[in-house]
Design a protein around this ligand. Sequence first.
Ligand code: HEM
Length: 118
Amino acid sequence: MHDESRYPDPYTFLPERFLDDDGSFKHNECENIVFGFGRRICVGRHFADTSIWSVIAKVLAAFTILKPLDENGAEIPVEPKFSSGPAIHPLPFRCRIVPRFERMDEKKLEELIIAGST
Ligand code: HEM
């Protein structure tokens, strides 16, 4: 993923690099390697993909994720750090997760999440 010849400026967050000019996803032969391949490919891959998409969409619909604050209320920059190895993931980092809408309470949050599931 950090191959400069395939992904220019590989350390910059540029999600649009994976889109064609018309906005559809570019085919990427590595995209589903996590689910294996051939006869033993994961049978739960569509369920897993859809569930992860749904969880991310619901979290982003309900919450804004912001930088943490110091004791004076100033934002602390987040320096992204990642694990190494075959399954790379972000290392833990501090952040603030706040409701996206004013006057959000548990009941409204539940309604929003259930509405997104139907
Ligand atoms: C992000 C989630 C998941 C990942 C990364 C994943 C990944 C994998 C991988 C790498 C394999 C082995 C493929 C091989 O041997 O070549 C596999 C097999 C399998 N997975 Fe998943 N999986 C996920 C979710 C699920 C879910 C949600 C289910 C069921 C609902 C599931 C059911 C299975 C089954 C039954 C196999 C064995 C298939 C076979 O041997 O014929 N997986 N999975």
